[in-house]
Structures are given as structure tokens and as C-alpha cells.
Design a protein around this ligand. Structure first.
Ligand code: FE2
Length: 240
């Protein structure tokens, strides 16, 4: 019922609908639709829950799987960041189609919105959208994994270095949303972030978005080095 009610809102919104698909491994039938910038979205209800095989059974039943601590060993997915030519329009799409709230945003002096951080639950953000500067469409900026500790990110940086993975910038601390972070490019070129302390809770139902001005943004990150130029231009797929 929740899925059908949400689909009805999307169909009534006027945004482009692709329709129902049977579902990928792990979930039941799903409904696909598009934002005005060529990103495909999909929502579903029926989920196949993970049951660890015997060799992966954790000591405690409230954990999904044994902890191995191999590689960067992130705990979970945290958020993703998409690029859009018009963030204000993307915000309208997120509010209309997904009932999303904005928790923090950048207001530029030219009247445009430079970036918006969205949530569909009580976590500060699960999706961000920033302004496209590379003239691409449907582009991806980064996907973020959360670590248990800040220290895990320093250890991960050494592992990336040893394995020839391109470290783009970090570790530094973001001003917006306050996370400690590191950005790398995986071998196919997609930007991956490791972040910590990104799961603050917004419990106030009438939360007012935190608005960062252009001059506040120009001060850079909370601390650490100035934001590297590729961060503003590199997205995937690349544009010539
Ligand atoms: Fe991020």
C-alpha cells in the first residue's frame, strides 16, 4: 500500500515515468522514474533479507555477518551525491516524488542553489545534489561508505596508497554536515568517499534547513586543505 501510494504521487507529478520492472536480485517488483537530469530512480517494497551462511554467522544475532576487518572495512552505505544543472528543480523533484526534506543547502549570490542535502528519514542526509559544472547530464558525483571510527579512514588511506588507488583529497573535515572524509577514485573512475560521524539525527519535524552562503563556502572546508579543483569538475560518466 505504501509503495502504490508513493507511485500514485509520482505519476501525478508530471515527472517522467519509466514504469514497473520485475525486480533485481534481492528485491521484488520496482517502479522506475526519472528526474529532469536523466538520473533513473527506483523504489520497491518487498526485500529479501540477508541470512548469513554458517561460516559467516556472527557471535551476536543482531549483527548481519561476522566482522572481518579486511581492507577499508566500512560499516555501511551512507549517502550518494548526484550532479544536476538546476539544483532548485532537483529539490522540487525530491520533495514531490520522494517526500524528501532538505537539512542543509548552499545559497549562491546569483540566486541559484549550489547544493542541497536531502533525507527521507531521520538521518541528516542520504542523498546530496550539487550543481553540474561539466555540462554533462545524468552524472554521478560520489558514493559514500561510513566507517566505525575516524581512525579507520587513516588506515584506509594507507591501504589505498599501497594498492595504487588514486586519492583525490583528504582526509579533511567538511563544514557542511561536519563529516571527516577521504575521497578516492575507484579503478573505473567513480569517486568514492569514506566518511565518519555523518549520521547525526534530525528529530525535529519542523527542522529549518541550514543555509550556507557563498562567502561561507569560499572559506573552504571546516579544516584541512582547500578543495581540490577536480572535485568541482570530475563526475561520471566523463564529458569531453
Ligand atoms: Fe559526501
Amino acid at each position: 500500500a505504501a509503495l502504490l501510494s508513493r507511485v500514485a504521487k509520482i505519476e501525478a507529478s508530471g515527472y517522467e515515468v519509466i514504469g514497473w520492472v520485475d525486480g533485481d536480485p534481492g528485491h521484488g517488483r520496482a517502479f522506475r522514474f526519472k528526474d529532469p537530469f536523466e538520473h533513473v530512480f527506483e523504489i520497491y517494497w518487498e526485500t529479501q533479507r540477508y541470512h548469513a551462511p554458517d561460516v559467516e554467522k556472527p557471535a551476536l544475532k543482531n549483527i548481519a555477518q561476522r566482522y572481518h576487518g579486511r581492507g577499508a572495512a566500512p560499516r555501511r552505505l551512507d549517502h550518494l551525491n548526484l550532479l544536476a544543472a538546476n539544483v532548485e528543480e532537483f529539490r522540487r523533484f525530491m520533495e514531490t516524488c520522494l517526500g524528501s526534506r532538505v537539512t542543509e543547502m548552499i545559497q549562491l549570490e546569483n540566486g541559484r542553489i549550489g547544493g542541497c542535502w536531502f533525507t527521507v528519514n531521520n538521518k541528516t542526509y542520504d542523498l546530496a545534489c550539487t550543481e553540474e559544472h561539466g555540462a554533462g547530464t545524468g552524472r554521478f558525483h560520489h558514493l559514500t561508505y561510513a566507517t566505525d571510527q575516524r581512525e579507520d579512514i587513516l588506515r584506509a588511506a594507507d591501504i589505498f596508497l599501497e594498492n595504487g588507488v588514486h586519492i583525490e583529497t583528504g582526509p579533511h573535515k567538511h563544514a557542511i554536515q561536519g563529516t571527516f572524509f577521504l575521497y578516492i577514485w575507484e579503478p573505473a573512475g567513480n569517486r568514492i568517499e569514506l566518511a565518519n560521524s555523518g549520521a547525526r539525527l534530525i528529530l525535529a519535524p519542523d527542522w529549518e534547513p541550514v543555509v550556507w552562503t557563498e562567502s561561507e563556502r569560499k572559506k573552504g572546508q571546516a579544516w584541512g586543505l582547500k578543495t581540490i579543483e577536480t572535485f568541482h569538475t570530475h563526475g561520471t560518466p566523463p564529458v569531453e
